[in-house]
Design a binder for this molecule. Structure first.
Ligand code: ADP
Length: 176
């Protein structure tokens, strides 16, 4: 049986097979959770990002790709590019859904049994957290209910407010 947990934590500290990074298209680091992951994981993550997305290339929004996790307790980082809410228009929900789905698929292909997600796109990219939480939890519950790997899924929020929003979205889906 799979599981979904919603927690308030620093994603860089988690002992899971894969942590997801809310990256940008160039995969060269940034602020927010991206900056925290590169700082805590050390330079090997950026080196590997250069290999998987060469200079001049971009990872399309909604896609995901794995690199080493460097010095982090996780085994790998799955970088995904969330939609910029103000730019994506009516495509925003499908693109955000794709981030969660593609990250799960990449982690599954890499043999991961456990994965932790940050609240993709709800920081600098401006996605309203209530809307984003419903999309995220719909994908994650469908994945776990289908008994796919990674079977242990952690929604790692930054702050108690976001944790409560995602927990509520999960309970609404579960009829709790
Ligand atoms: P985006 O550009 O996709 O909006 P951000 O990094 O700006 O990404 O924000 C995404 C979410 O990550 C925000 O909710 C932010 O509070 C959260 N965040 C920032 N640092 C961490 C961290 N160390 N662990 C988990 N979540 C974090």
């Amino acid at each position: 049986m799979g599981s979904i947990e919603v927690i308030d934590a620093d994603i860089t500290t988690l002992r899971v097979d894969a942590i997801v990074n809310a990256a940008n298209q160039r995969l060269r680091g940034g602020g927010g959770v991206d900056g925290a992951i590169h700082r805590a994981g050390g330079p090997r993550i950026l080196e590997d990002c250069r290999r998987v997305v060469p200079d001049g290339a971009r990872l399309p929004t909604g896609e995901a790709i794995a690199t080493t996790a460097g010095d982090l307790p996780a085994r790998l980082v799955v970088h995904t590019v969330g939609p910029v809410y103000a730019d994506a228009g009516e495509d925003a929900p499908a693109l955000l859904r794709s981030c969660y789905e593609r990250s799960l698929a990449v982690a599954g292909d890499e043999g991961c049994r456990s994965i932790a997600f940050p609240s993709i796109s709800t920081g600098v990219y401006g996605y309203p957290v209530e809307e984003a939480s419903r999309i995220a939890m719909a994908v994650l519950t469908a994945h776990v209910d289908a008994a796919r790997e990674p079977s242990r899924v952690v929604m790692c929020c930054h702050g108690e407010h976001d944790r409560a929003v995602y927990q509520r979205a999960l309970e609404d889906l579960r009829g709790g």
